[in-house]
Design a protein around this ligand. Structure first.
Ligand code: DC
Length: 224
């Protein structure tokens, strides 16, 4: 059976993580949350007072071991699953992701991860979600989706998630932060967030989760 590489790109709060993990379960593929990898780097970057020097960034990138297993994320020897989801780490992950040296290291790590999984023979494929999977990391992916939704709807989803966790947040502040992060991700000079020419566009603004999932599965069926 062919090992499928599925690229899912799109802005934050669009539901990529949920969709990717549901697809991975359904297809027996490995789910790779590349945003979590940038978040781990941002979390450590903050502890180092956010240096911008290339050598320091390279050391940070190379010395950060990221492990994702059983719904937990480990950064070196610390479990960071929740720690990396704060608004502060969100903003820093968008900042650190603009450095070419960091993007190069992440590209290599993400490709190696998929190669290891392919060689292990234990998964039917890999579902990677992020910002540049279809454009930079796997330009030859078997299928590419670009998932999008209106900023207000994405901010509302994020607001609901944070409130559910008991965090005191204001909708306007969440919306503003999301718009700023969008602008940074879309306008940076290296690997900006843009749909690949051959990506299938999915607007989730007015679609339920199951409807989106079914649409994606129909497209995947065609290339299997
Ligand atoms: O998907 P996320 O919100 O967890 O990603 C956090 C940040 O990491 C996002 O603002 C931009 C960056 N990122 C990136 O530049 N490239 C990726 N492939 C994934 C995330």
């Amino acid at each position: 059976m062919k090992f499928l590489i599925i690229a899912i790109d799109g802005p934050s709060g669009v539901g990529k993580s949920t969709l990717s993990s549901l697809l991975a379960d359904k297809l027996g593929g490995l789910y790779v949350d590349t945003g979590a990898m940038f978040r781990c780097l941002a979390w450590r970057w903050q502890q180092l007072d956010c240096p911008e020097d290339d050598d320091e960034l390279r050391n940070l990138g190379l010395q950060t071991r990221i492990k994702m297993a059983s719904n937990q994320i480990w950064c070196n020897s610390t479990e960071v699953t929740e720690l990396i989801r704060s608004e502060q780490v969100s903003a820093l992950s968008s900042q650190i992701s603009k450095f070419p040296v960091i993007r190069d290291i992440m590209k290599q790590k993400q490709r190696e991860l998929v190669e290891d999984v392919r060689n292990s023979g234990s998964f039917s494929g890999a579902i990677l979600e992020g910002r540049d999977i279809g454009t930079v990391i796997f330009p030859n992916a078997d299928i590419k989706f670009f998932v999008d939704a209106d900023p207000e709807i994405r901010a509302q989803r994020r607001f609901d998630q944070l409130r559910q966790k008991g965090e005191e947040v204001e909708f306007d502040i969440i919306l503003q932060a999301l718009k700023e992060r969008d602008a940074k991700d879309r306008n940076r000079s290296v690997a900006p967030l843009v749909p690949a020419d051959d990506a299938i566009l999915v607007d989730t603004s007015k679609m339920g989760e199951q409807q989106v999932l079914n649409t994606m599965l129909q497209h995947i069926e065609k290339i299997k």
